[in-house]
Design a protein around this ligand. Structure first.
Ligand SMILES: Nc1ncnc2c1ncn2[C@@H]1O[C@H](COP(=O)(O)OP(=O)(O)OP(=O)(O)O)[C@@H](O)[C@H]1O
Length: 684
């Protein structure tokens, strides 16, 4: 704070004869004050007597005339008057100065008081500012904590809801599927038994009918024959009787009364024969009637059996209709399952990054990792911390933190890793394109993860494809699938056909942007008919690559290998068609060899790797961040090839394989940074 005696004012403090030795503050400027002081020194009041004595002395010793002296005296008197008036004004001025000084004191004390108040106010304001700042910090902290808690709770709720939906779907599907399958099985069994019964009843009935018909025919024939015989014998008999009667009559007439009695006897005899024949005839007629009624009852039985057969046929067609309806419902359920599966996968995100730490021998010197808790919410992002320990003079430690969708430690097996992404296979069967990349420095476990002959992602993916399509390729679901494979390598931005490596033909990438399909000219495509056949393709390719690697200084580490599996599906019941491509990619080693340290072929190779790997990172991260803008697919052959398999509804999974060895610390950090760029959170 400035003092009341500020620069100029300090110089205005003078000591006056009236006020004793006390310093008086004046408002006069230094020049004016100085002038007044000089004047008061030059003409003090008590000096006038001295002047008079001095003039009389001068008068005596100088020999001046009286008029001159008089004149001088007048002048002196004038001067003395002037001096008096000056003295008077000086005294009034001094009084003014004193009163001004008093004023100044009052002002000064007020000023001091105001200054104290200002100080207090300032400190209060400062306190208020500090309080405001600390409360703001506290509020911000509280807000951050509560928003984090809300985020965690929200994520938990989301995840549990997702889980619930998925389990509900699975449960409903399983229940429905098993219910329908059981019902269909039962219906099929009923249908079969009905058909068998119908067949056996039909056969039996036909046989019985045939027999009855035959019997009836035989009987009818016999009866007809009998009847005819009887009729003919009757006719014959009656004709002969008639003849006899006639001859008898004529005889009677001829003989008159002579032989009448004997002839009457003969007549009676023939009469009884006729009677017998008549009774025989009525017996035969009764037999014919009973045969007719039997035929009638057999006909009734036949029509009853016909009625039953009709009922069975009606039931059969009802069952067929029911089976058809159930099949349609099953197809409908399958379509719903596909939609829900797609929704679930969308919720999990179209681009996922898994980090895998390679297993190494126990005695190796390792990087200090801080891994996430395994029990944590499985759909939440997981955090990996790495500590770099410098045993230098400062013994400092740097900590790096990274977040990924999943982090697998050295103890995780391939099967467990496959489990985490296997749902993407279903998406591919349902018609989505899927890319699985393995990224990392040479020796970090990319080939072990992707191509291990028993449990690598390639053999396990193919097995899953076949298991899943087997479930869909049933009489009920009516899905049919065709699977084709290509296996290529990209080395120095050139495509090599690994299924026909001797070929010298040029391979070009062609895109059909309308149907979103990609083809490579002159490339070998093989139909894949079983997991074992696909595994033997993988085995052959791995063998070829490793032989080539020994011959040409481990070329395999410096090329990208891609197993392209096309899955084409069609549903006979609904006519729906699907096409999905599964791209399984083992990338070239990512270690950053400084371009300046290599030359010739190796320089070209290094440039090609750096270019294509950063193109992969750029494409995926721009897809992740901003779906509407330009995606730089053309920056490398690999990204250009995968143009229709990345983006849109495609699913991408990147494994970042890292080495836990301390010696590889820098490369491990580089790989994690690359993967973080790829994994960057989607905005809006
Ligand atoms: N998780 C693991 N458990 C046990 N061994 C492993 C694991 N990962 C890798 N290895 C072993 O480490 C060695 C190097 O692994 P791999 O060949 O898979 O590395 P890479 O990253 O594919 O290297 P390159 O870039 O040369 O192809 C192999 O011998 C492999 O068997």
């Amino acid at each position: 704070m400035s003092s009341i005696y500020d620069s100029e004012d300090k110089e205005n403090v003078v000591r006056t004869g009236l006020g004793g030795s006390k310093p008086i503050q004046t408002n006069l400027s230094p020049q004016r004050l100085d002038k007044r002081t000089k004047q008061s020194k030059q003409v003090p009041y008590h000096h006038t007597a001295k002047m008079r004595r001095f003039t009389s002395t001068m008068n005596k010793s100088s020999g001046l005339t009286i008029s001159e002296v008089h004149h001088l005296r007048q002048q002196i008197n004038e001067k003395e008057r002037e001096i008096d008036s000056l003295n008077t004004s000086f005294i009034s001025l001094r009084t003014q100065v004193e009163s001004q000084t008093l004023n100044n004191f009052t002002v000064e004390s007020k000023y001091l008081q105001l200054e104290r108040q200002l100080k207090e106010l300032k400190s209060n304001v400062e306190k208020l500012n500090n309080f405001e700042e600390s409360s703001m910090r506290e509020l911000q902290h509280k807000f951050e904590i509560s928003s984090q808690e809300m985020m965690v709770k929200h994520k938990e709720r989301l995840n549990s809801r997702k889980e619930e939906i998925a389990t509900e779907i699975d449960k409903i599907l399983q229940e429905k599927q098993s219910k329908y399958l059981n019902a269909i099985e039962k219906l099929n069994a009923n249908l079969k038994s009905f058909q068998e019964k119908k067949e056996s009843l039909g056969n039996e009935f036909q046989q019985r009918l045939e027999l009855a018909r035959q019997e009836f025919k035989d009987r009818e024939k016999a009866l007809q024959e009998n009847l005819q015989q009887v009729q003919s014998s009757n006719e014959e008999t009656s004709a002969s009787i008639k003849h006899s009667i006639d001859s008898l009559r004529s005889k009677i007439n001829d003989l008159t009364d002579k032989s009448i009695p004997s002839k009457q006897k003969e007549y009676a005899k023939y009469e009884s024969i006729a009677q017998q024949l008549k009774s025989k005839n009525s017996d035969k007629q009764a037999e014919i009637d009973s045969a007719r009624s039997e035929i009638q009852s057999k006909s009734d039985l036949i029509s009853e059996l016909d009625g039953k057969a009709k009922l069975r046929n009606d039931e059969l067609s009802r069952m067929k209709f029911e089976i058809k309806r159930m099949k349609m419902e099953l197809v409908d359920q399958e379509t719903k399952r596909r939609k829900l599966h797609a929704q679930l996968q969308d919720l999990k995100g179209n681009i996922r990054v898994f980090c895998r730490i390679r297993a190494v021998a126990a005695e190796s010197k390792l990087i200090k990792f801080d891994l996430p808790d395994e029990d944590l919410n499985e759909d939440a992002k997981q955090e990996l911390s790495i500590v770099k320990e410098n045993v230098g003079i400062f013994n400092s430690a740097n900590s790096y933190k990274f977040q990924f969708d999943k982090i697998f430690s050295m103890n995780h097996e391939n099967e467990c890793i496959f489990e985490e992404y296997s749902q993407l296979i279903q998406s591919c069967i349902d018609g989505s394109n899927v890319c699985v990349f393995a990224y990392g420095q040479t020796g970090s476990g990319k080939t072990f993860t992707m191509s291990h002959p028993v449990n690598g992602m390639i053999p396990l993916s193919i097995k899953k494809v076949f298991d899943d399509i087997k479930e869909l390729d049933t009489q009920e679901q009516q899905w049919e699938y065709e699977i084709n494979g290509k296996f290529i390598e990209i080395y120095n931005e050139n495509i090599i056909d690994l299924l026909n490596p001797q070929s010298s033909e040029k391979h070009e990438i062609k895109h059909d942007d309308v149907n979103c399909k990609t083809t490579i000219t002159n490339i070998t495509t093989v139909p894949i008919t079983s997991p074992s056949q696909a595994n033997s393709i993988l085995e052959q390719v791995n063998k070829r690559r490793s032989t080539a690697a020994t011959k040409s200084n481990d070329k395999s580490s410096r090329s990208h290998s891609i197993f392209i599996i096309d899955i084409k599906g069609s549903n006979k019941a609904t006519g729906v068609k699907t096409f999905g491509t599964l791209n399984l990619i083992d990338l070239a080693g990512s270690e950053r060899i400084s371009v300046s340290q290599v030359e010739g072929d190796r320089l070209k190779e290094t440039q090609a790797i750096n270019k294509s790997l950063s193109a992969v990172g750029d494409v995926i991260s721009s897809l992740n961040l901003n779906q509407g803008s330009h995606i730089p697919y053309r920056n490398s052959k690999l990204t250009y090839l995968l143009k229709h398999s990345l983006g849109g509804n495609s699913k991408t999974l990147m494994f970042v394989n890292i080495s836990p060895l301390s010696a590889n610390f820098n490369e491990t950090i580089n790989s994690l940074r690359f993967a973080t760029k790829v994994n960057s959170t989607k905005l809006g």
